[in-house]
Every structure is written in structure tokens, then in C-alpha cells.
Design a protein around this ligand. Structure first.
Ligand code: NZQ
Ligand code: ZN
Length: 384
């Protein structure tokens, strides 16, 4: 096992009605930025629940954070936060709103151009504290320090991460996910599934506990994910998906093991260039990446096949193929298509995707740093 440090500061408030706990966790003399997205919370009652618990605070609302949160929009929220001397951000939504809150929290007292936080890792201090009310289980953003921001103007999707912007608390009420459209249910399950895969499907380092954690989450998503589509009002199904997605990327399962975020990094370029949903990009890239990296990842792909999909046999090559196909079939069964062509992205666009990877310095990806631009091209060609 590799050396590690582990700390997760987010207090999880899990279950129906836990929104009530928020009031007691706000700072004294709270001046809250109530941050949300395109308005789904006004249709499903979450807006009213949140407004009720914010009654004793001074509240500034900021609506309109887009899926794949847009830099320009977030910069407007930074200005609004400064103008209103906000001292707390309550992010109500999915990963985009929570990631957006983290960027605002870092940028608000930043003395310089906040874009540098995303492109050159500029250091910042004096962040604002954040609370999260999660409405879409997917990213794990509610209890990690990562943030991904999109900038249409430059066709870039960039990330930064810091413990100092990790939410202080997160409300995980499964009933808040009942109103999700099927497409977002699917996206969430696939995103969480791929987060686990990228911390698991590398090479063995004798970390059986991490392996079993990962396999437990994958197995739960495989069985509960389709049920979330077929029986959308089932509380227990929603609860299990929600907790799986949080556990998939709160830092725990990746401690002490190698990680491979190549699928995410290649996927980010597909969103930046073609505005695909985050999970759609992952569904396109992962099966082909598994195929191209099948030698390097052989032991773990075979273990995944046997322990999660029940694929066994003498013929290793066949087991590898069947496992990769099982992953792809799962994505398709969750109604997320797995080829570039399914999204009208033509083969000749691969040049642009590879050029963007180069522009963003994504030239040595994977757990061995061996996914260079040529290999990325090979993966994309296979996914055409
Ligand atoms: O904008 P609203 O009205 O809220 O609607 C949203 C949005 O249209 C809707 N939605 C959310 N909860 C709902 C709901 N609709 C009905 N009922 C509800 N309860 O769903 C749509 C998508 O929301 P979004 O927040 O964009 O989705 P998701 O949670 O999948 O977040 C994706 C973003 O997170 C980043 C992605 O790159 C992408 O930008 N990621 C963040 C990570 C992190 N912080 O650790 C890791 C991930 O790998 C990922 O990169
Ligand atoms: Zn993701």
C-alpha cells in the first residue's frame, strides 16, 4: 500500500428532513449567498425548504449556474458576493452548483485574476465557508475539495482542488432526487461508477480493503442504478445511489492506491468542445481506454470481471474482452450511449480533441503516465 494522509471535514447530514439541521450550522450573523442552478429547485419544493431554514440569515440569491458551470457566470457571483459582504455560501444543486460555489469561495478575496486559480494553480487564501444541499448524486463534490469550471470563450474546462473549499456540511436527502429527469439519474450513476473505476482499475498494490470498498460501490451502482430508472420513487434505491456516489469520491477509496484520471481528462475536452454531459464523455472514453490499456491493467480488469460481473474462465483474453463489454453494456443499459458517433462527433474531430489535450498539458495521463497524445488518439479512434 502507498503512504497517505486522510482527512474529510464534511459533516454528512443524511436522510429525509435533514435540511432542518442547516439553520444551526450557519455562522453567527450569517450573510448567505444562496446559490443555485437553472430553477429545478423552484419546481420540486427544495427552494421553499431552503428558504425556510435561512429565515434568520441575511440572504442574497444567485441563480443561473449552468451545468458545467461557466466562468463568466461565476465571476458575476463573485462580484455579487463582494457587493453584499457575504460570509457563507449555501450551494443547492448538483456538482455544477457546488463546484461553482468552491470557485466563488476561492475567488472572492483573491488578489489577482481568478482565472489563474484554474490554469496556473495560483494560491489563494481567506476562502468563504460553504454548505451544500445535494440534489443530484453523481460527482461527490458535496464532500470533496475539487471544482471543475468551464470557459466557453477559450473552449477550456479546468479544475482546481483545495481542502479549504470543501463544504463544511452536506445535506443528502434522497427525496430531493425524486424529481431528477432520467437522463440525470443515468449521468449520476455513470459518473460515480467511473470515479470508482479510476481509483481501482490500475495495478495491484496489495490493498485488499480499498479493493473491496471499490467493488462494493461498483456492485451497488450496478444493481441499484437500473432500479433508480425503473422505480424512480423508491426511497431506498435513491438512498443507496446517493450514498454510493458520495463514497465514490470523498477521498477514502483512493487512499494508498494508484489512480488513473485519464478518462476524466479526455472527457473534459469533449465537454469543452462539444458541450456533452460530463457522464456522456466518460461513457465514450472508458471502454476504449480499458481496451487500449488492457495489458497494463490486466490483473485489475480480470479482478473486476470476476468480483463485480461474475466473469470467470481459463481464457484471459476472453475474460478481458467480456469485462470491457460488460462495462460498456452497463452504460448502454443506463441509456447513455458510448460512441462519439452517437453524439454526431465525427472522426475528423479527433484532431481538435487531441490538440486541446496538448494545449491543456494533458500529455502523460494514466497511472503510469503512458497515455500520451498518440495513445489518446488511439482511444478516441476506437470510440469513434
Ligand atoms: O440547474 P438546475 O435547475 O439545478 O438543473 C440541473 C441541471 O440541469 C438538474 N438537476 C439537478 N438536481 C435536480 C435536477 N433536476 C431536477 N431535479 C433535481 N433534483 O440536473 C442538471 C445537471 O446538473 P449538474 O449539477 O450539471 O450535474 P452533475 O451533478 O452531474 O455535475 C456535473 C459537473 O460536475 C463536474 C463535472 O465536470 C460537471 O461540470 N465534476 C465535479 C467533480 C468534483 N467536484 O469532484 C468530479 C466529477 O468528475 C465532475 O468532473
Ligand atoms: Zn466525474
Amino acid at each position: 500500500m502507498l503512504n497517505f494522509t486522510f482527512k474529510n471535514r464534511t459533516e454528512i447530514l443524511f436522510g429525509e428532513g435533514q435540511i432542518q439541521e442547516v439553520a444551526s450550522r450557519l455562522p453567527e450573523n450569517a450573510r448567505v449567498l444562496f446559490l443555485y442552478g437553472g430553477g429545478s429547485i423552484k419546481k420540486n419544493g427544495i427552494f421553499d425548504d431552503v428558504s425556510a431554514v435561512l429565515q434568520s440569515a441575511t440572504v442574497t440569491e444567485f441563480a443561473g449556474v449552468e451545468p458545467n458551470p461557466e466562468y463568466e457566470t461565476l465571476m458575476q457571483a463573485v462580484q455579487v458576493s463582494r457587493d453584499n459582504q457575504v460570509n457563507f455560501i449555501l450551494a443547492v444543486g448538483g456538482g455544477s452548483v457546488i463546484d461553482g460555489a468552491k470557485f466563488i469561495a476561492a475567488a472572492v478575496n483573491f488578489d489577482g485574476n481568478p482565472w489563474d486559480i484554474l490554469v496556473s494553480g495560483a494560491e489563494f487564501s481567506e476562502t468563504l465557508p460553504i454548505g451544500a444541499v445535494l440534489t443530484l448524486p453523481a460527482t461527490g463534490s458535496e464532500s470533496n475539495g475539487n471544482s471543475v469550471v468551464n470557459r466557453r470563450e477559450t473552449a477550456q474546462k479546468r479544475a482546481f482542488g483545495s481542502d479549504s473549499v470543501q463544504p463544511m456540511f452536506a445535506v443528502l436527502d434522497p427525496t430531493y432526487t425524486f424529481s431528477l429527469p432520467p437522463r440525470q439519474v443515468s449521468n449520476g450513476v455513470i459518473d460515480a461508477f467511473v470515479h470508482v473505476i479510476e481509483q481501482y482499475l490500475t495495478y495491484p498494490v496489495n490493498a485488499p480493503l480499498q479493493d473491496r470498498f471499490a467493488e462494493g460501490i461498483l456492485h451497488t451502482l450496478l444493481t441499484e442504478g437500473p432500479k433508480a430508472l425503473s422505480t424512480p420513487q423508491d426511497y431506498d434505491v435513491r438512498a443507496n445511489v446517493m450514498w454510493s456516489a458520495t463514497m465514490a469520491l470523498n477521498g477514502l477509496i483512493g487512499k494508498g492506491v494508484p489512480q488513473d484520471w485519464a478518462t476524466h481528462m479526455i472527457g473534459h475536452e469533449l465537454t469543452a468542445l462539444y458541450n456533452l454531459d460530463h457522464a456522456q464523455t466518460l461513457a465514450i472514453v472508458l471502454p476504449s481506454l480499458m481496451f487500449v490499456q488492457r495489458e497494463q491493467k490486466k490483473t485489475k480488469i480480470l479482478q473486476l470481471g470476476e468480483r463485480v460481473f461474475g466473469i470467470t474462465g481459463e481464457d484471459e483474453g476472453r475474460c478481458l474482452d467480456l469485462t470491457i463489454k460488460a462495462v460498456q453494456d452497463f452504460f448502454e443499459a443506463m441509456q447513455v450511449q458510448t460512441r462519439l458517433a452517437d453524439y454526431q462527433i465525427e472522426k475528423r474531430s479527433i484532431d481538435d480533441i487531441v490538440a486541446n489535450l496538448e494545449k491543456n498539458g494533458m500529455t502523460a495521463l494514466g497511472e503510469h503516465g503512458d497515455i500520451d497524445l498518440a495513445k489518446a488518439r488511439q482511444i478516441l479512434n476506437l470510440a469513434a
